[in-house]
Design a protein around this ligand. Structure first.
Ligand SMILES: [Fe+2]
Length: 304
């Protein structure tokens, strides 16, 4: 983005794409997005990233990071933004903690990182909440708030609870959720939801839902049928607040990782329950950057 220090020079107007809010993505299979090698100045030099969603105003980003076998960031460093992660494959170490598939963490801005590494390689769903360039050295005093740290949750060992929404609890087959994080100040939350399989001949109708805040999700297992298509594992969605969605169905059941951004999650359900669009053709809402890949074939049996 253009600009100038005080004292003269040209002030460049940011381009339109740079001023656009974080765009609606519903949905993209991550498998179709090319990997980008990350250079110095990035969050993880030497690793690769698959950009799912990006906010040009804040530099917040949702990515899939792929760390090669033996990857190391040996010098002490920190990030100037919060990082949230879920390991999808392999192993990743941050200081003395090692994460494996299914492990979750929330690492606040400024947290001291003596080193990072991956012995066997790793694929990690990663959320950066702002400028995520690695900064070598120690963070300014006061940046790191240890009270916000979630050092590690082994999600596969966590006991699920019933859904909080009475409509979901009544309609869905064997719905379960695991709450991983709830921000005390903002009410933003991160959680996982699993549904059992449904019979399309029995589950024919469902309500439409709306949330006042962003709903973001990554499908870890199974399928979700929506009016915009059939999401298979590896599907990603960033849905801004106020957008009606549903009704949804699932044939095989699913396990999905969710976040809400901008406040606590509340749902407004429609009074009526229209027909569930089983097997609808792919008709996504996407920014141009991702629309370019919609016809790329992908392996629906592979998560990545
Ligand atoms: Fe929703």
């Amino acid at each position: 983005m253009g600009g100038t220090a005080a004292g003269g020079g040209i002030i460049l107007k940011p381009s339109e794409s740079e001023t656009m809010a974080r765009p609606h993505i519903e949905y993209i299979q991550n498998q179709v997005i090319p990997w980008k090698k990350l250079a110095m100045g990035n969050s993880r030099p030497g690793a690769e990233g698959r950009g799912l969603s990006y906010d040009p105003d804040t530099q917040a980003a949702t990515t899939i990071m792929r760390y090669p076998k033996g990857w190391r960031l040996s010098d002490a460093h920190y990030l100037p933004c919060d990082e949230e992660l879920l390991v999808l494959e392999g192993d990743l170490s941050v200081g003395s903690l090692t994460y494996h598939a299914g492990d979750y963490a929330y690492l606040p801005a400024g947290m001291p990182r003596p080193s990072m590494g991956s012995d066997g390689g790793a694929v990690v769903l990663t959320f950066f909440e702002g400028d995520h360039g690695t900064v070598f050295g120690t963070a300014p005093v006061g940046m790191y708030d240890p009270a916000r740290l979630i050092a590690k949750i082994e999600t596969t060992k966590m006991a699920p609870v019933a859904p909080s929404d009475p409509y979901v609890a009544a309609v869905a087959n064997k719905a379960e959720r695991k709450v991983l994080r709830e921000d005390a100040k903002t009410g933003e939350r991160t959680w996982m939801v699993a549904f059992g399989p449904e019979d399309p001949n029995k589950l024919t109708h469902g309500k439409i839902e709306t949330h006042p805040i962003v709903e973001e999700f990554f499908l870890l297992e199974g399928d979700i049928h929506m009016p915009c298509g059939v999401l298979t594992k590896g599907a990603y969605c960033w849905r801004p607040g106020g957008i009606e969605h549903g009704p949804v169905g699932t044939r095989d059941g699913f396990n999905c990782f969710f976040r809400c951004k901008g406040g606590p999650m509340t749902t407004k359900w429609s009074d009526d329950a229209p027909q569930i669009p089983w097997d609808a053709p792919y008709n996504p809402a996407l920014p141009d950057r991702l629309r370019a890949f919609v016809d790329t074939p992908y392996d629906a049996d592979a998560l990545i």
